[in-house]
Design a protein around this ligand. Structure first.
Ligand code: ATP
Ligand code: MG
Length: 658
């Protein structure tokens, strides 16, 4: 859309948020991170990363920290050799911590398993021996299509141990999505289970694999974990039970050393904006950033903390902050199989109380769901062990942030709002607990050693109080090394936009506030243009959520004859908001509220009350579908939606004038 004369191409800076939460003195006194970390990284960035790499055990040292001569294809810790699985498992046992619990696993029906680091070493070794027997070796690809079972972790680490690449496909994806990912990576083996417990019942999983592998020429074997004991179809030439093949293996396996740049995994992005990309990550740099960020951002104390990241291992958060970061650091962590409301809406808080969870890392979408369910639910549990809270996946609205701190963090815990992507491998922008004065809704500053800038369309950094595009202006250890099998798409997607400057284009809008802190403003593709003002979806959504009756909001720009685009909002009301909260008067109050919070230009043309919003399976709002509804179009591709019936309800509501 063209801009009126004199109108800049950057984002307008509308929403003001002035609350700050300085770190408590007692927390700061014991924190892993210090303000000096920034100074050290600023004075010698590569030297800083070389120090961070010493968190790992290398079989042979590197000769060069970074080789960027073939940009955008980076090499980190060039010439170094290590085994990633040895670093996540065996070395903790060798250091005398074999009896420490690695995983407190909690099944949805209430069964549980406790796995120490010694037991983890045995299981990973057995799995590696089994995969070797099935012909899997260095460089081969293994697809893992499992729910949140300990076997998913064993399988990922067994691949890493053998130098095989895993491609984890989220257990909620269809057979079609699984097939395309298997074929893109040409996986040799698929690891799955008979069925999974979701929302209190057993749902089949292997059936999807059977359907997917009818047309996957690369697949030689399907290895099946027994979980629900449901009936499954069986191909005797292809299918093998995990308990038949893995359990009889030796618990000894000698890990081999691999090059620092040896591929570790492929992971397809969430597909919020389009066709998923097979993101490729490698070993030494990725694990260094995973271990460092997990230590600094979550203030991990491996001897005493009980860490819990609620992500699914099918997402990058599950890779870096359930498997690689925490295990590289020798953490004890909770892994929960099921949904947050099975069998009741207090399930997460019951788990926090049961295991004495200290660190809880989740997604804003879930926090807004907890708000909708009501604060009286967490109030019934003892949450006093919690000392660090974190979020990832979307911007967190300031109101959701303060609710989280108040009702889950007892009004005292630091919250880390962590910005990163599948492509970045690890956290890039986040407050440091014990160091940063937190601001609700802002991810604030790149971590020490990492670099990010907000620029305008021409690549020039914008000033304080201004918005633009987020770029990463220096290579980083955990960065993607490419898109699997598609170097051209890798260059086009991330590097073409600012080719001259050599910046990585993240695809997100962002702004600096008056202190120079970074605020993420949603995807560039979602930015609205109202009468020549470029307005971020995030700011209008946050203004709506700051009203006491609103739990969640999604806004889109719909074509408008007079203003170019008009703002259309979809809101979910909080539990206990009362009958009238959706009535005409209430709606006009909400419109006025937005005008008051951020200015009349951002006042929604239309607000519709809905009971659900369309979300991807990783919980992100799919605004392009809402735009279709708002512009009266046929709704587009819904195949990556968590629940495709949501769109039918919203379209019907729109037609009835709701
Ligand atoms: P695709 O790239 O296939 O469309 P996706 O971008 O949703 O999918 P992910 O890599 O899982 O796939 O998500 C990364 C994106 O999530 C970021 O680019 C950003 O838009 C959003 N995001 C993650 N963390 C934050 C955060 N703390 N604040 C704001 N946005 C965030
Ligand atoms: Mg993305």
């Amino acid at each position: 859309m063209s801009q009126p004369d004199g109108q800049s191409n950057t984002l307008d800076n509308l929403l003001e948020e002035n609350r700050t939460f300085p770190p408590a003195a007692d927390f700061a006194a014991q924190a892993n991170a210090t303000a000096e970390l920034h100074d050290r990284a600023a004075e010698d960035r590569l030297g800083f990363w070389a120090e961070q790499a010493r968190r790992l055990q290398w079989d042979s040292d590197w000769d060069q920290v970074l080789d960027w001569s073939n940009a955008p294809f980076a090499k980190w810790f060039v010439g170094g050799r290590l085994n990633v699985a040895h670093n996540c498992v065996d070395r903790h046992v060798e250091a005398g911590n074999g009896d420490r619990v690695a995983i407190y696993w909690e099944g949805e029906p209430g069964d549980s398993r406790r796995i120490t680091y010694s037991e983890l070493r045995d299981e990973v070794s057995r799995t590696a021996n089994a995969l070797t027997e099935l012909g899997v070796g260095s460089g081969d690809r293994v697809a893992i299509y499992l729910p949140m079972l300990p076997e998913a972790v064993f399988a990922m680490l067994a691949c890493a141990r053998l130098g095989a690449l895993h491609s984890v496909v989220f257990g909620g994806f269809s057979s079609e999505a699984l097939r395309s990912r298997i074929n893109d990576a040409e996986a040799k083996v698929v690891i799955t289970c008979d069925g999974q417990f979701r929302r209190g019942s057993a749902a089949p999983l292997k059936a999807n694999v059977d359907e997917a592998v009818t047309d996957t020429p690369s697949v030689e074997h399907v290895l099946v974990v027994r979980r629900t004991a449901s009936e499954v179809g069986w191909d005797a030439d292809r299918d093998l039970w995990w308990h038949d093949v893995v359990d009889r293996q030796s618990a000894t396996h000698t890990p081999e050393s691999f090059d620092s740049e040896h591929p570790l995994f492929i992971l397809y992005t969430s597909g919020t904006t389009g066709k998923p990309k097979g993101i490729l990550h490698t070993s030494g740099g990725y694990l260094t950033q995973a271990a460092y960020t997990h230590n600094a951002v979550f203030d991990l104390k491996p001897e005493s903390d009980v860490y819990w990241c609620t992500a699914d291992i099918g997402w990058v958060t599950g890779h870096t902050y359930i498997v690689y970061g925490p295990l590289a650091n020798g953490a004890s962590q909770v892994i929960y199989e099921g949904t947050p409301n099975s069998p009741h809406e207090g399930r997460h808080w019951e788990i926090v109380q049961k295991y004495g969870v200290t660190t809880y890392y989740t997604a804003p979408t879930l926090i807004r769901t907890f708000m909708k369910w009501g604060a009286e639910i967490p109030a019934q549990y003892d949450l006093s062990t919690l000392r660090v809270l974190g979020t990832v996946g979307e911007p967190i609205n300031p109101e959701a942030w303060t609710w989280f701190r108040e009702h889950i963090g007892s009004g005292r815990t630091p919250i880390v709002d962590t910005w990163w992507q599948t492509e970045t491998g690890g956290i890039m922008i986040s407050p440091l607990p014990g160091v940063t004065s937190a601001k609700p809704g802002s991810a604030q500053q790149p971590l020490p050693g990492l670099s990010a800038t907000v620029v305008d369309e021409s690549g020039t950094p914008v000033g304080r109080g201004e918005g633009g595009l987020l770029v990463l202006d220096k290579p980083w250890p955990g960065m993607l090394r490419g898109i699997w099998g598609d170097d051209q798409r890798f260059r086009d997607t991330y590097w073409a936009r600012f080719a001259e400057q050599g910046y990585y284009f993240a695809g997100d809008g962002a702004k600096y506030d008056s202190d120079g802190d970074i605020w993420l403003l949603g995807r560039v593709d979602d930015v609205m243009n109202v009468s020549g003002h470029r307005i971020s979806t995030t700011e209008v959504e946050s203004a709506l959520v700051s009203h006491p009756t609103v739990a969640e909001a999604a806004v889109v720009g719909a074509e408008d004859a007079t203003t170019g685009q008009g703002i259309v909002a979809f809101v979910i009301l909080r539990g206990g908001s009362g009958e009238d909260a959706g009535g005409d008067t209430a709606i006009s109050t909400l419109r006025e509220h937005v005008a008051h919070e951020i200015g009349p230009i951002a006042k929604p043309r239309q607000i519709m009350v809905v009971s659900e919003l369309p979300k991807t399976r990783s919980g992100k709002i799919m605004r392009r579908l809402l735009r279709d509804v708002a512009e009266n179009r046929q709704v587009g591709d819904v195949s990556t939606l968590a629940d495709s019936s949501v769109m039918d309800q919203i379209s019907a509501g729109m037609k009835s004038g709701g």
